[in-house]
Design a protein around this ligand. Sequence first.
Ligand code: CUA
Length: 341
Amino acid sequence: MWNLPLVPEQASDYAKQYDLLFYATTGLTIFFTVAVSAVVLFFVLKYRKGSTANRAGAVEGHLGVELVWTGIPLLLGLAMFVWAAKLYADSRIPPDNALDITVIGKQWMWHIQHPNGVRENNELHVPAGQPIKLTMISQDVIHSFFLPQFRVKQDVLPGRYTHLWFTPTKPGKYHLFCAEYCGMQHSEMGGYVYVMEPKEYQEWLAAGGERRALPRTPEQAGKQVFEQMACGQCHGDVKSERGMPLAGTYGRMVRLKGGKSVKADEAYLRESLLDPNAKVVDGYWPIMPSYKGQLTEEQILHLIAYLKSLRAAGEPAMEGASSAAGSQAPGARTPAAAGGE
Ligand code: CUA
């Protein structure tokens, strides 16, 4: 009975900060609830009807007291707000050196793919001490990726990428749940996160994960989709009437018809595949067919990985295209090199 923990184990950097905020908020709330209730109770009893308490010299108003009991809670409230807002903002912005892993949710399992192509289902192997960034999408209904011991949870939506990041701190086995009712077997849609020593993780990854076979990388798989779908007929290496060359496009601002600009990020590339006429690039006709229903979410993720890896000739690697460089030598991405602090 006394083994029953109040909260799950803390297994990520964020968990510690999150719990501290949670305890501070709860502590302050309890303190003021008890203090105010005690004073109310004391005066209710002391000055109840018929009591002989001395009622002479009652204070009608006191500016000093008003300022103190308004000002102190105000400052405390603002401090909690700034603290929580900062923590929330940090939890939404993954660091640049994070390891990119993709997650596809479907009824009723989690498909996960590592940068070198290793896949796993309902299991996620990660190295300790390294920030991990998940790019997630659902193939059917809304799911929610929930790691209670890491204190992170994010809805996984059809039609839109969402992200989650965390830095696991302790090697071990942790729960993975789907936290959004998604149908009959929702309660079984879960598994485990295995946090490994960085060296162990590199060995696991290099050996091809549980399946012990080195698969294709997402870029290689994406290149094959690109060729199968004959994307290059319009999006060749040189500018053509029909479509723009795609090398070096990822991560850059693109000018649209009508004068607006948009950043060519994952969401824009995905939209352009499924709804090409939504945001047409300046100088081109809206003639690209939609690939809705022709590509699986996995193929779209692979195509985007391939597009990220394409760079214009002679251009330096762009931020955000770093996963392409990393995937060629996953072994080089050690936490020591990547996680500087
Ligand atoms: Cu997926 Cu619940």
